[in-house]
Design a protein around this ligand. Sequence first.
Ligand SMILES: Nc1ncnc2c1ncn2[C@@H]1O[C@H](COP(=O)(O)OP(=O)(O)OP(=O)(O)O)[C@@H](O)[C@H]1O
Ligand SMILES: [Mg+2]
Length: 382
Amino acid sequence: MNGYSPIGPVVGIVGAGQLARMTQQAAIALGIELRVLAGTPDESAARVIVDTRIGDYRDLADLREFGKGCDAITFDHEHVPTEHIRALAEAGLQVHPGADALVHAQDKAVMRERLTAIGAPCPAWARVSDAAEATAFAAEHGWPLVLKAVRGGYDGRGVWVCRTEAEVTEAFAAGVPLMAEAFVPFERELAVLVARSPHGQGVSYPVVETVQQDGICVEVLAPAPGLDPEEAAQAQRVALNIAHELGVTGLLAVEMFQTAGGLVVNELAMRPHNSGHWTIEGARTSQFEQHLRAVLDLPLGSPSMTAPVVVMANLLGGDDPDLFKRYEHVMAHDPGVKVHFYGKEVRPGRKIGHVTVTGDDLTAVRARARHAAVHLATGEYT
Ligand SMILES: Nc1ncnc2c1ncn2[C@@H]1O[C@H](COP(=O)(O)OP(=O)(O)OP(=O)(O)O)[C@@H](O)[C@H]1O
Ligand SMILES: [Mg+2]
């Protein structure tokens, strides 16, 4: 770019969605220069980051060109081919997380194998190559049976909860490699966000509850209400141990199920995560700042909360694309609500932003967050 020379360290983020966009806010304060690799100039982060490069994250030549001059490379999604990540590291770039860690967030079967090996609590699971093998697994472990795309699933796409053999056959008709898991009769879903730096420092945010609807996270409650402190500490230990054993550098989000029999790990993400958006206002160090600190091998920031209760509610797109006209009501109704809009085209059901409310009383804070989120997304009043 003409006349552009960075003053601080340069962190390159492959992918230009809302996670990269929100990382820019933290980078501004720290004087860190962000560069993003976007597919097109209209992507969420490309709209706000000066040093946007256009290219294909599946193309090694594009990735190499992108990495030139970056002090660290990281990701806004898990779809960069593992072998390309390895090639970038072999060329001398600081890539965080590295390929050997990230593969556990890319491939659910590899993740299950490794978690089982290190003794992290998992449901019964197996690689299955056809409907007959999946049905045999269900005969042993019971129905319903959960089938998951080994790679590429998100927001519940790529997860099939099957109650009959016909549903198993239907899932295989998707034509992607699947694995089987026993259905976990969970009480609720939790998430633990930790950060680990290349020099081995680790920190954990408080355990949160994530509320899902139709496979999409709609609400995050921090800290997880009523969670026994012993169980919370155990969840944090499990997450920090996974980060250590897998050699994760940067953030690691561990999605868990809380069951009557204890905690069970669902899946891993190695980047800022939807379950951590509350940290922008709700923690001393936002997850975005923490990720930048970690990938640059700086000392990590305090994960402590700024208020006793924090609630984040996602904005899912409705039929009306014009959110901005509803800001007035939300802002007038409740000046404490913080609105985050990702600059993404509004499509029904798509995550287009979120709101955060901090306070003392869970019921009140939750109602305020929900009111704002529902009104912004749909124009309705709750
Ligand atoms: N073994 C299981 N037993 C019961 N429910 C499950 C199981 N695995 C997944 N689920 C449900 O399906 C949801 C989506 O599963 P998972 O997190 O593996 O998929 P994903 O599409 O990769 O998710 P994400 O939206 O986090 O990217 C979980 O949040 C949970 O509600
Ligand atoms: Mg998930």
